[in-house]
Each structure stands twice: as C-alpha cells, then as structure tokens.
Unconditional design. Structure first.
Length: 213
C-alpha cells in the first residue's frame, strides 16, 4: 500500500509517536496522580486509576472528532498557526523543565499530587478530564499531525491508539512503582537530573513539531 492510501502519513505518525513518548513520561497531574494512587491504595488500584484516565482521554478524542476535522479542512492557514503554537508550547515545557533543574532544590517539585477522595477509577477520570496538559494537547499539540488531505476519523483513531497505549504503559509504571519512585523523586540530585533529561527531550520534540508544520 502506498503512503497516500494509508489512514495517516507515515512520517507524521512516526514523529507523533516520538513526541507522544516524551510527553507520556513527562511528570504532570496524571503521572503524579498515578504515584499518589499507588501509594495511598496499593497496587490493586493502579489499573483502575489508569482506566479512568484512559476513558477521559477517549472523551477528549471524541470532542476532537466533532470539530477538529472541520477546522483542519476549512482553515488550513489557521492550522499552520496552531502547529507553530504547539511547537512553542512543547518548547516552553522543555524550558520550564530545564529551569526547574537549575532552581534551588526546594523549588523543584512545583506540582503536588492531587488529593485522593473517591475511588481510583473516578479519581483518575476527574484528574484527566480536568488536566490542563490534556486540554493543551488536543488544542495545540495534536493538530499539527492531522493531514488535511486525509479523512479525519481514521487519523484520530490511530492517534488515540498511540496516545492511550503509551499513557497506559507509563501511568501504570508510575502507579506500580509509586512508593519507590516518590522517594527517589524527593532527592534533589535525582530530580534535577530527571528534569534536565526531560527538558532536552521536550526541546527536541518541539523542533520536530516545528519541522513538520
């Protein structure tokens, strides 16, 4: 099958997988929730928590399917502007991570894990449905990878498979290793090294988005 007949452009999809892999491992509300959920409720709660977050991600993809395809088809110039906005957003995340690594140790952990109060599934759903990282992903990061010359639905389906699959792996790992990971992340040297690596990877991801736009 020729590339033009595939549901997604292979180069766009490969770039998306690279960007998504970086974003999936980047600490944020969802991953911090996985750590807190595993610590507070044990290993048995890790998968239900991840399932709740995955359902919220599906809701976001459904919303994207209702309007994103029309936007890409009708406003290609705006689409390119959004692509550059996505690159700038990811670059900002990278710069923020590098700055976090260079700040004094007591300021490195600037996002607190959400407080647990409901069941792991419902908590996970609420964390991800209100996650600003998810909102910005669907409004700034995903649009550059949509090909206006291909049907939107098959593209969104494949992007959803990749997104949920990578998130499932990383968030489950965070949850199952919650207690040990949380202890390691409280060490200033470990946290700074982690932030330096993530910052460099995010800047590389931003360059990939900019080149694809």
């Amino acid at each position: 099958m020729t590339p033009d007949l595939l549901p997604v452009d292979p180069e766009r999809y490969a770039t998306f997988l690279t960007v998504m892999a970086v974003m999936a491992v980047t600490p944020g509300p969802a991953n911090l929730f996985s750590v807190a959920n595993g610590m507070a409720r044990g290993k048995g709660a890790a998968l239900p928590g991840v399932a709740g977050m995955s359902l919220a991600t599906l809701v976001w993809f459904g919303a994207a399917a209702l309007g994103l395809g029309a936007l890409v088809t009708a406003l290609p110039d705006l689409f390119r502007l959004v692509a550059w906005a996505g690159a700038l957003y990811v670059a900002w995340l990278g710069a923020k991570s590098l700055w976090s690594a260079l700040r004094p140790a007591e300021g490195a952990q600037d996002v607190a894990p959400p407080r647990l109060g409901r069941g792991p599934f419902s908590d996970g759903f609420l964390v991800q449905i209100a996650n600003p990282k998810a909102v910005l992903f669907f409004t700034a990061v995903l649009p550059p990878f949509m090909d206006p010359d291909r049907p939107a639905a098959p593209q969104l389906a494949l992007f959803a498979v990749a997104t949920i699959g990578m998130d499932f792996i990383t968030m489950t790992a965070y949850g199952l290793g919650g207690a040990a990971l949380a202890r390691a992340m409280t060490r200033p040297a470990v946290r700074r090294g982690f932030d330096l690596v993530i910052g460099a990877l995010l800047l590389a991801a931003a360059a990939l988005i900019g080149l694809r736009s």
